[in-house]
Design a protein around this ligand. Structure first.
Ligand code: TYM
Length: 333
C-alpha cells in the first residue's frame, strides 16, 4: 500500500529534543521508506493561537524549516511548506468547525492545560486549534500521521471529524481516516527538571530542555544539572515507575541510539549516575551538535529557506486546492 504521511510542527522557537525524538526523527525515517509520500508543514497558523511576537514569526518559520532540513528532511523528497501560505487550511478549518461538535472539543486536555486557570481569556483559536489540525491532515488524504504522544487525542478527534463529514454528506471514504503513528517507546520526552512534566518549549526554565540549537557547553551543563535521585543506576529487573527522571534519561539515551530500554539498563546497571550522565552528554553532543550547527548555517541564507517554502507551498497548493474544491461541492456550494 502507498503511504501518505502528513505532520506539522509549530514555529514557536526553541524546538527541542522532545520534538526531535517524538516526531522529527521519525519524519526522516518515513521519508526514506519506499512507496511513501511525505508532507511536512510548518504550522504557523497554529503559532498565533497564543500571544506571539509578529517581529519574530517569520524568523521562527525559517528556523523550523532549517531544523527540518538539518535533521535530514530533504526538500527534494518531501514537501516542506508553511501553512499560512496555502489558503485551503484556513478554509478547511472553518468548514470542518461546522461539522465538529462542542462536546468533542470540550474534552481536549491540551486546551485545558494550555488555557490554564483563566479559560475565559484564552483565544477561540486555541480552543478550535485541533480542527485546524484536522483540516491540515484531511486535505492531503494522509494515511499516517507521525506525532508524539501528546497529539494522540487530537488525532482521534480528526478521525471523528472525517467520519462525521463522510456520513453527513453521504460521501463514504471521501475524507481518509488517518492512522496515528506514535512510537511505542519514547513518544513522550519529559522535562530534565521534573520527570512528570512534558519537555516543552513553554517551560520558563531553559534547563528543563535540550534545544536543538544548544551548543556543547549548554548540553553538558543541562545534563549535569538534570534531576536524578540518590540511588544508583537501576538493575534490569527494576521497574522505573517511581523513578521518572531516571526513566526519562535512560529513554533519551535509548532513543538516540535506537536501542531497547533494557539494553541501556544493562549497560549502566548499578553504576554511578555521573558515569551515565557523561556518556549521555557525549551521545547528545554527537547527535545534536551537528544539527545545531547545520541550523545555524542554513539560517545564514534566508533566501534559500524562503525558496524551499515557496516551492513546497506550490506543491501543497496543487494537492489541497483540489480537495477543498471537492469538499465545497459536497457541501452544496
Ligand atoms: P508541536 O509543535 O507542539 O510539536 C511538534 C511535534 O513534536 C512532538 N512533541 C513531543 N514528542 C515527545 N515528547 C515531547 N516532550 C514532545 N513535545 C512535542 C509533538 O507530539 C508533535 O508531533 N498540533 C501540533 C502540530 C500540528 C500537526 C498537524 C501535527 C498541526 N497540524 C497535523 C500533525 C498533523 C503541535 O502543536 O505540535
Amino acid at each position: 500500500m502507498y503511504k501518505k504521511i502528513f505532520s506539522g510542527v509549530q514555529p514557536s522557537g526553541n524546538l527541542h529534543l522532545g520534538n526531535y525524538l517524538g516526531a522529527i526523527k521519525n519524519f526522516v525515517t518515513l521519508q526514506n521508506e519506499p512507496k511513501t509520500d511525505c508532507v511536512f508543514c510548518v504550522v504557523d497558523l497554529h503559532a498565533i493561537t497564543v500571544k506571539h511576537d509578529p517581529a519574530k514569526l517569520k524568523n521562527n518559520i525559517r528556523e523550523t524549516t532549517a531544523t527540518f532540513i538539518a535533521c535530514g528532511i530533504d526538500p527534494k523528497k518531501s514537501i516542506i511548506f508553511n501553512q499560512s501560505s496555502v489558503s485551503a487550511h484556513s478554509e478547511g478549518a472553518w468548514i470542518l468547525s461546522c461539522v465538529s461538535r462542542m462536546g468533542w472539543l470540550n474534552r481536549m486536555t491540551q486546551f485545558k492545560e494550555k488555557a490554564g486557570k483563566d479559560k475565559e481569556k484564552a483565544s477561540i483559536g486555541l480552543y478550535s486549534y485541533p480542527i485546524l489540525m484536522a483540516a491540515d491532515i484531511l486535505l492531503y488524504d494522509a494515511t499516517h500521521v507521525p506525532v508524539g504522544n501528546d497529539q494522540k487525542q487530537h488525532l482521534e478527534l480528526c478521525r471523528d471529524i472525517a467520519q462525521k463529514f463522510n456520513n453527513d454528506f453521504k460521501a463514504p471514504d471521501f475524507l481518509k481516516v488517518p492512522e496515528p503513528l506514535i512510537q511505542k517507546q519514547f513518544s513522550r520526552i519529559m522535562s530534565l527538571k521534573d520527570g512528570l512534566k512534558k519537555m516543552s518549549k513553554s517551560d520558563p526554565s531553559d534547563l528543563s530542555r535540550i534545544n536543538l540549537t544548544d551548543d556543547k557547553d549548554e548540553i553538558i551543563n543541562k545534563i549535569k544539572k538534570a534531576k536524578t535521585d540518590p540511588l544508583k543506576m537501576p538493575e534490569i529487573e527494576d521497574t522505573l515507575e517511581k523513578r521518572p527522571e531516571v526513566e526519562n534519561l535512560l529513554g533519551i539515551y535509548s532513543s538516540l541510539l535506537n536501542q531497547d530500554l533494557d539494553k541501556s539498563k544493562k549497560e549502566f546497571k548499578g553504576k554511578n549516575f555521573s558515569e551515565f550522565k557523561d556518556r549521555l552528554s557525549d551521545l547528545l553532543i554527537e547527535k545534536i551538535l551537528p544539527i545545531s550547527k547545520e541550523i545555524k548555517r542554513l539560517l545564514n541564507d534566508k533566501k534559500h529557506l524562503d525558496n524551499i517554502l515557496l516551492e513546497g507551498s506550490v506543491k501543497a497548493e496543487t494537492i489541497s486546492s483540489k480537495k477543498i474544491a471537492k469538499i465545497k461541492e459536497l457541501m452544496g456550494f
